[in-house]
Design a protein around this ligand. Structure first.
Ligand code: BJ8
Length: 425
């Protein structure tokens, strides 16, 4: 696509062209500094570079073409929204979580200042007309997870066509029933939006596609147990970030190709950092594109990240949906069972998350755990303390970091990370 074709498409989406150009320029520079400067990247990373370079270009064109062919586009902010149902209705699903400071002043006219940057970012991107994904959506799906999000959706819903799913806060049998009922309500909303009926056959096919994507990501996650690490944490995070935007089948094929290359690299004993480089597991809040600050600071401080315990990581890919049910009702049961395993900090109690972090640290041979909390995020700030105690009990060195999308604290964070890495060397 030419620059002129891109610009025409963005104009049709009513983006603020000047501000959008400035955003892409900053993003390009940031990506160059953080990604293209890496040594020993996999050949398959060229695909990641291409997708990122076209994240507001070719992928948006594909989405616009699909819309012109009659498809509907659904935007989401949370891994509780089942892509299986969206695909079964013949719609496209895209992640709208935003990982950059944008339109903050405008966002603070809709949500309080003391709101996490993830929320302010998606509100800011909308109000400042900067996100072609948001502008492509026919329906935006929110969810009642943390208080910040559920209240923000009330205000956000004045600007987009919105459906909010209720996610329970506990995991008893009545909570599973509640979420099962919410799946039916979402299914009804999708059918009304698309005019398509979700059948057992369409849901079975969609479940296989989504499972295949998660299996490819699981395969990649497991290969990171090798020492030396076959892929940088930055590239692995990018793979997970792209999973929310890319065409699911193409993405699955590309991740499997990347895994083939990683296996060949492991067989040769090669990696992105020398054997013995301190290995860290990153746990906590999700890191949406282009939130790469902390991974960059860690990997430029002499350590390598070997796993992400987050929704843009294993919390989203750990569990598959049972493919054995043959009728629609049993398939919805299977979906409810699968999604209610997600160990988001919005649940109480949420002790399984502590066990998952300890197991990941063990399996990935991590030398330490870094907990990332977004400033003003209560659920993960509370759990950061519990994770610290659990890691102490497990004898795993631990560092808790709270930060936002700004760069003001980068120097101070780097000093803390370097000191932590030093103790592991
Ligand atoms: S399932 S982690 S994607 S809710 S950082 S907005 S929690 S104040 S993102 Fe999440 Fe779904 Fe849970 Fe995952 Fe609130 Fe915290 Fe902000 Fe957060």
């Amino acid at each position: 696509m030419t620059d002129a074709a891109h610009a025409a498409m963005w104009e049709r989406l009513d983006l603020d062209i000047e501000a959008h150009d400035a955003l892409l320029a900053v993003l390009g520079k940031f990506y160059g500094d953080i990604y293209l400067s890496q040594q020993g990247r996999l050949k398959g990373a060229e695909y990641l570079d291409f997708v990122l370079s076209e994240v507001h270009g070719l992928r948006i064109k594909e989405i616009q073409d699909a819309k012109a062919a009659g498809k509907k586009v659904v935007g989401t902010f949370c891994v509780f929204v089942p892509e299986e149902l969206t695909l079964a209705a013949g719609a496209l699903q895209v992640g709208l979580c935003a990982g950059a400071k944008a339109g903050t002043e405008k966002a603070e006219t809709l949500v309080p200042r003391g709101t996490c940057d993830l929320i302010k970012s998606f509100v800011g991107f909308k109000l400042a007309r900067l996100c072609p994904y948001t502008e492509s959506c026919d329906l935006v799906v929110g969810e009642t997870t943390c208080d910040g999000k559920k209240k923000a959706y009330e205000a956000f819903g004045e600007h987009v066509n919105m459906h909010v799913m209720e996610v329970p806060q506990c995991k008893g049998p009545c909570d599973v029933d509640l979420f099962r009922a919410e799946l039916v309500r979402y299914k009804d909303a999708l059918e009304a939006l698309t005019g398509n009926t979700i059948t057992a056959a369409s849901l079975a096919a969609a479940t296989r596609r989504v499972n295949a994507k998660r299996q490819a990501l699981q395969r990649l996650a497991k290969l990171r147990a090798a020492d030396p690490a076959p892929i940088s944490g930055r590239d692995a995070l990018l793979v997970n970030q792209i999973s929310f935007y890319d065409d699911p089948d193409r993405f699955t094929a590309k991740v499997n190709e990347l895994c083939d290359e990683m296996e060949a690299r492991i067989a040769k004993g090669e990696g992105v950092a020398p054997k013995g480089t301190p290995r860290l597991l990153l746990a906590g809040c999700p890191m949406a594109v282009p939130n790469w600050k902390l991974p960059y600071l860690i990997e430029s401080s002499g350590a390598v990240i070997v796993g992400e315990e987050s929704c843009i990581g294993e919390r989203n890919t750990r569990d598959l949906t049972d493919e054995t049910p043959a009728d629609l009702e049993a398939m919805l049961d299977a979906l409810a069972a699968r999604y209610m395993k997600i160990d988001c900090a919005c649940f109480t109690p949420n002790d399984e998350r502590l066990a998952h972090i300890a197991a990941m640290a063990r399996e990935l041979k991590a030398d330490g755990v870094v907990h990332y909390g977004l400033l003003f995020c209560q659920p993960y700030a509370n759990e950061a303390m519990k994770v610290g105690k659990a890691m102490e009990a497990a004898g795993v060195p631990y560092l808790a970091i709270e930060t936002d999308y700004g760069m003001e604290d980068a120097g101070q964070l780097k000093t803390r990370v370097e000191a932590f890495v030093e103790t592991l060397s």
